[in-house]
Design a protein around this ligand. Sequence first.
Ligand SMILES: [Zn+2]
Length: 287
Amino acid sequence: MDYIDPHIHMVSRITDDYETLARMGCVAVSEPAFWAGFDRGSVDGFRDYFRQLTEVEPRRAATYGIQLYCWLCINAKEAENVSLSRDVIAMIPEFLDHPNVLGIGEIGLNKNTRNESIIFLEHLELAIKYNQSILIHTPHLEDKFQGTQMTLDMLCDDSRINRSRVLVDHVEEHTIGAVLDRGFWAGMTLYPVSKCTPERAADMVEIYGAERLMANSAGDWGPSKPTAVPDLIFELRRRGHNESLIRKLVYDNPIEFFSQSDNFRFQPRNVDHTVDHTVEAPKALPS
Ligand SMILES: [Zn+2]
């Protein structure tokens, strides 16, 4: 089955992973800007990173027939440096017209601090000013519930935010309901053992259905598995769910959400309708 991974950090993956993704049916990915494993020292460090996301990584993906889109921001970990964050936010518009940029992300909270909130709100201003979709990171483990509530409150307090253009990732059982109830898209970020596993994601699909719901693999620096979305596909099949529900979750929904971004020009896999497959009537056998 063709599928799209809407949140995977390919800059942290080796080229063999692209080949594996392609063989598993991945036709497109979207890559949010995130932490590089270390704090960057200057706005130029981010400018180079955004060139990697907009120029280098799409070419690496295209080698394997995968379309790569991206999202730009300064992540929550580095948002503690407020002055650097403001410089990065001021520089982002240089890249917003690039043909693979879908919007602002992954922004959000990490430890739910005051500085993270300040920079989150300034990213929202940027998204509103430039009419961009938004991809949101929610905190992990003990910070998740409170951080998700804080994030949703900040979004809902601003009537200019179009909730259908906001994707809230890393949802789990105790946060998915609030995200969907308030009209946002929700993303289940799958990890092989910790956090949300494919089995727990399948449970959430069974409880909430597939409307405004997606699944992604994160594929980041930590323990993660770039083929986690196919793992979820296999788990849903094992439970007897029909193909149209699975396809909606892993293919139709990402296309619907991304299509709200002007730069999303997805080309479905080429299906050749010109070949005539009708079987000719057998001619009389030679006598
Ligand atoms: Zn991420």
